[in-house]
Ligand binder design. Sequence first.
Ligand code: C5P
Length: 231
Amino acid sequence: MNPVFVALDTTDLARARQLAALVSPHVGGLKLGLEFFLAQGLANTADVAGAAPLFLDLKLHDIPNTVAGAVRAIAGLKPEFLTIHASGGAAMLRAAVAEAVEAAARSGHRIKLLGVTVLTSLDDGDLDAIGQRGPAGDQVRRLASLARTCGLDGVICSPFEVAALRAELGPDFQLVVPGIRPAGSAVGDQKRVMGPAQAIEAGASRLVIGRPITDAPDPAAAARAIAASLA
Ligand code: C5P
């Protein structure tokens, strides 16, 4: 299985279509997030994903009833993965899981729910300011454990958290990992990065890779090279 989901971080439909066509044969799936979904809507999201597995990165966070309604609203897209903030609490997480189970009973497709723990843009000072108990690493473990207890299928985490979370949460929990840079590619705004093979070795289930593929002169070749390095 190719573990790479390519992040198509754009609002532009033509660009997303073009990238999807170029890289789909060489990746395990496509990640479309809030910016594309809000700009282009459900129908164009379905169109860009085509037959490729879809990672819908909407980072839902609201009261349980509203989050359940949101899961129901996007269920027709049959995403493989959907993200939800673990800090939304147990009732919200359980409501999302219940809705995913109901959607699966209707369609036969079970959406895998991934918890977002602590955004990597937040440091210990930011956590303190919003009343969350740090240090950030402890909060990540607390929220990942809550996500698993509530029936989520996995969490998003940094490559540097993978080994500890894998040891703590067991072999079946999905650890989906951004912040990946193949040797030689620009780091950009990512602060701490790891190579694809190294992250898989540490215990990552899936990798999210954006610009090293989408900004490459030949995105298909870049995706192929990453797949080959993992084979
Ligand atoms: O271009 P790059 O490989 O840095 O893209 C990584 C993708 O993963 C982007 O869509 C980014 O929003 C997402 N992401 C991240 N770091 C996190 C969570 C998500 O880079 N902590």
